[in-house]
Design a protein around this ligand. Structure first.
Ligand code: PLP
Length: 623
């Protein structure tokens, strides 16, 4: 467990058992239950779902909703705060129906609402939430969007239109008049406090959303002039996403409170203060201000928000607002694990070298060979640089036709042997000598995984997000290999080469040697936020199979939902092919082959059956 830092980033949800399997842990009133993910993977295989599989653990969704709501409630009680916490889940972070169903079903006990940023998200939110819940509408809104929201208001939802630009307000006013429904309005103010981390652009002067202070006054005045100021009840200040530093959150909250207080002083009724997203997930488990970590826990976050609100509003005698947060990743990241199998391994190791070089070997080759004899600790980097240079010259000589393929192969082997000898010398050192930083990685294995980075871990590629990756089994055994992971796409970006380990972020991951007679399964953790919908069809690798499970108090688990991944026909239809028409074209091609007597009619039948089965098959590697 130490090797992969699982207890640091696992938030108490993941651990390892005595067999070396990764476990998921769930708390029940009668105690904690740990279930092996390997056992779940076997159950998935018995149900005939091939790898890769996205595993959803419903209990973890529920646990996060409890944690979020209860921690806010505790902080509210502890600080004598007079408003309530009203959480909403931003649909964009995971729109999958099963996730939304569970959040709304389980979240109902806390009145946990939803945030929608488009018409499609609003439609699903209206059909999923129970009336009475908060429904926050962000994003650019046309008439249809606003009409839908007004209907939601009529049905009893607390549906807020968050005004992102002055033009939007006119549409809200016009449509609410036309439909005779009084709207609930929020104003989104631009926060200027810069937050650190990956998403610093969501705040500041040039952020694309939100009203400037001048526009905020315009919105206020327009509503006031029209006798609609009672509608303005919410201030929205999205601070950012994955904000690692609590000090930045405090600064953003302070600015939001100033806007809020000013609107109250101007005469708006207000009542809700919405801080948007930003509550970070500690993907690294380092509790630091690294962009993939955070230097606070949830209780610190809740207390910081409450303290800043009180410090700002109490002195002005302003009633405490209800606190709204739109925490996305902190709610859903933990609940999904991508499981995949390793298909093949490429090693970068010298095969056995001869004692002496063959007679008449090229002098460059001899030079390289001699370098191996002479490695002293003080000249490691020099030796390596020299060997790289000679290897380059030998490659040139091969290109020019001056040395043979066998000589070239021998030279590559000598180089690898030398590089390995040098790597062996630096392994124990505290600091890697200058010039040898990339050496270990250049010798690491490539493990080929049955998945697509672009489909299942798009943030790895797009924004260098680091997700924890751990073998799901064999952890009782010390791993003997160091590797990077390549996916199934034929794309040099389709790889993972930054890993979270117990010793910090590293360019290689310790893994076990793959046994030919046993499947080697890895899990990518904390992938429940953003990855599913942002994923794309690079190389036409489609959605993976999805299996949702619920862990029971007795340590058993129930399979709640099984969703088949995309078939080849599915992905082809996404890029505008008609699978039936493709089949017919292919049948015609096969018929010509029969007519021209290149195949027999029986073979035609077999080829067509296989083609048709492929259309229905999984897009990933099948064994
Ligand atoms: N609310 C709004 C308006 C957002 O733009 C986002 C994401 O950027 C979120 C909420 C969710 O943020 P997070 O996943 O950091 O909680």
């Amino acid at each position: 467990a130490e090797l992969y830092g699982i207890r640091r980033w696992g938030a108490g949800f993941f651990d390892m058992d005595a067999n070396g399997d990764v476990t998921v842990k769930v708390k029940f009133p009668s105690g904690e239950v740990a279930v092996s993910l390997m056992e779940i993977a076997q159950g998935i295989a018995q149900r005939d779902h091939a790898m890769p599989v996205l595993l959803r653990i419903e209990n973890l969704l529920d646990a996060r909703i409890i944690f979020l709501n209860e921690t806010f409630r505790e902080a509210i009680a502890e600080k004598g705060y007079e408003g309530e916490y009203r959480g909403v889940f931003p649909v964009k972070v995971n729109q999958q129906s099963h996730v939304i169903e569970e959040i709304t079903r389980f979240g109902a006990r806390y009145g946990h609402g939803l945030e929608a940023g488009s018409k499609a998200e609003l439609v699903l939110a209206m059909a999923s939430l129970q009336p009475g819940a908060l429904l926050i509408c962000n994003g650019y809104k046309d008439e249809e969007f606003i009409d839908l929201g007004l209907r939601a208001t009529r049905l009893g939802y607390r549906c807020f239109f968050v005004i992102e630009s002055p033009a939007e307000l006119d549409i809200v006013i016009a449509r609410s008049r036309a439909l005779g429904v009084r709207p609930l309005i929020g104003a989104r103010a631009k926060v200027y406090a810069k937050v650190g981390g990956q998403w610093t652009e969501s705040s500041g002067d040039r952020s694309s959303f939100g009203l400037s202070s001048t526009q905020l006054i315009e919105v206020f005045e327009k509503l006031n002039d029209l006798g609609m100021i009672d509608c303005l009840q919410l201030l929205h200040c999205h601070l950012g996403s994955q904000i690692p530093n609590l000090a930045d959150i405090r600064a953003g909250v302070l600015e939001a409170c100033r806007y809020y207080a000013a609107l109250v002083k101007e005469g708006a009724p207000m009542g809700y203060l919405d801080f948007g997203g930003g509550l970070a997930v500690d993907y690294l488990g380092s509790q630091s201000i690294h962009p993939h970590s955070r230097n606070y826990d949830l209780a610190d976050y809740c207390r910081a928000i409450i303290d800043v609100i009180r410090a700002t509003l109490d002195v002005q005698g302003i009633k405490h607002p209800h606190i709204v947060t739109e925490s996305g990743r902190a709610t859903v990241a933990f609940s999904s694990v991508l499981m995949f199998n390793i298909l093949d391994v490429m090693h970068f190791e010298a095969v056995s070298l001869p004692e002496t070089l063959p007679e008449g070997s090229h002098k460059r080759l001899r030079h390289l060979f001699d370098l191996c004899e002479d490695i002293e600790d003080h000249n490691l980097a020099d030796r390596y640089t020299e060997a790289q240079a000679i290897r380059g010259q030998i490659r040139d000589l091969f290109r020019q036709g001056h040395i043979s393929l066998r000589e070239r192969s021998l030279s590559e082997n000598i180089f690898l042997a030398l590089a390995q000898a040098i790597a062996g010398r630096i392994d124990g050192l505290d600091e890697i000598p200058a010039g040898l930083e990339g050496l270990r990685q250049s010798l690491s294995d490539i493990y080929y995984g049955n998945f697509s980075v672009f489909q299942s871990l798009p943030d790895t590629w797009a924004i260098n997000q680091i997700f924890p990756i751990v073998p799901l089994h064999r952890n009782g055994e010390a791993p003997t290999r160091e590797a990077i992971i390549a996916d199934l796409t034929c794309d040099s970006d389709g790889k993972v080469d930054t890993f979270i380990t117990g010793r910090g972020v590293r360019p290689t991951l310790p893994l076990h040697a793959v046994n030919p007679d046993e499947e080697y399964l890895l899990g990518v953790f904390l992938v429940g936020a953003y990855q599913e919908t942002l994923g794309d069809l690079h190389n036409l690798l489609g959605d993976t199979n999805i299996v949702s499970v619920r862990i029971n108090e007795d340590g058993s688990y129930d399979v709640m939902k099984e969703i088949e991944g995309d078939s080849i026909a599915d992905v082809l239809s996404y890029v505008e092919y008609n699978p039936q028409a493709l089949f017919e074209n292919f049948r015609a091609i096969a018929e010509v082959a029969v007519r021209e007597k290149r195949i027999r009619v029986e073979e035609r039948k077999q080829i067509l059956n296989e083609f048709s089965a492929s259309l229905q098959g999984y897009t990933y590697f099948e064994k």
